[in-house]
Design a protein around this ligand. Structure first.
Ligand SMILES: Cc1cc2nc3c(=O)[nH]c(=O)nc-3n(C[C@H](O)[C@H](O)[C@H](O)COP(=O)(O)OP(=O)(O)OC[C@H]3O[C@@H](n4cnc5c(N)ncnc54)[C@H](O)[C@@H]3O)c2cc1C
Length: 253
């Protein structure tokens, strides 16, 4: 429209208290064409923008996400980020960085869960000995520490490469996938090592068990990361040579 754009649409799971919201909106008619997506900055309180409902989630501040509605929400031309039609590629660039951030959050949770489990295993006694002296517990600690260290090594390497301008279709998805799945394994074992105490509401490992669960879902689920990685791998694989005439089974004697 003259002087700006009218935005319409609905999006679930949006933080309702955000002062500024990045909205990806289709500005062309072809739904299959990624070049018809544009990015806009919408200020909270803009006419035509409203939130409905308060979604209770497993973890984090209760009720902070809601469904966002845009109904003829007018934004001026200067709300357009960059160029019209480049929204999808901007989103992909941000996603890589966000995925590394999610991986870092996962590593932070995993490290803390491991620390708590190690302390508990060294102090809690059962059957006259500390539980850490049971091989079953020691092996869990070994696996947890290995997951933490491998996540740290991979994440720091990836962050450095990203910082120095390296861009790859698979790096951030692989790191996000590995670190969030590893953190999930670590926190799960931390709950196990704490026994009943780990199951009790408001014990730090119980809270982390709920929090870590989100990290395999946001910024693209683990399944979506695997899809991206698999697609990139298969696009690089050598294509089979076209079959020459006479080589098919039907033409054999
Ligand atoms: C607390 C919270 C905060 C959030 N914050 C934001 C936010 O700020 N901004 C925002 O935009 N979004 C946000 N989200 C949304 C979040 O990014 C999505 O929930 C997530 O990307 C998964 O999408 P979905 O819920 O539509 O699941 P769906 O796409 O319906 O997926 C359901 C299941 O199907 C699988 N699946 C779907 N497609 C495929 C496929 N092609 N191949 C294989 N498996 C597939 C998924 O992996 C998953 O297991 C938030 C969500 C939550 C819970």
């Amino acid at each position: 429209v003259s002087g700006g754009w009218l935005l319409n649409g609905v999006k679930s799971y949006i933080a309702r208290d955000a002062a500024l919201i990045t909205v990806m909106a289709r500005t062309g008619s072809d739904p299959q064409d990624r070049g018809t997506v544009s990015a806009f900055l919408v200020e909270s309180g803009s006419p035509g923008l409203r939130f409905e409902g308060r979604v209770k989630t497993m973890a984090f501040d209760p009720d902070y996400i809601a469904t966002m509605y845009l109904e003829n929400c007018f934004v001026a031309d200067d709300a357009l980020i960059g160029e019209a039609g480049r929204g999808f590629s901007y989103a992909m660039e941000c996603l890589d960085e966000n995925r590394l951030n999610i991986a870092a959050a996962a590593l932070g949770l995993a490290d803390y869960a491991f620390e708590l489990a190690l302390d508990y295993a060294s102090s809690r006694e059962a059957f006259g000995q500390t539980i850490g002296s049971f091989q079953a517990i020691g092996h869990m600690l070994a696996d947890m520490s290995t997951d933490c260290e491998m996540s740290r090594t991979a994440l720091f390497d990836a962050a450095q490469r990203y910082h120095h301008g390296e861009r790859s279709r698979t790096l951030a998805p692989m790191i996000k996938l590995f670190c969030t799945e590893a953190a999930w394994r670590v926190v799960d074992k931390a709950v196990q090592i704490h026994g009943g105490a780990g199951f009790c509401r408001d014990h730090p490992v119980e809270r982390m068990y709920r929090e870590v669960r989100l990290l395999r879902i946001v910024e693209g689920t683990s399944e979506i990361q695997r899809n991206i990685i698999a697609r990139a791998l298969l696009s690089r694989a050598p294509k089979p040579a076209p079959a020459s005439p006479g080589s098919s089974a039907e033409t054999r004697p």
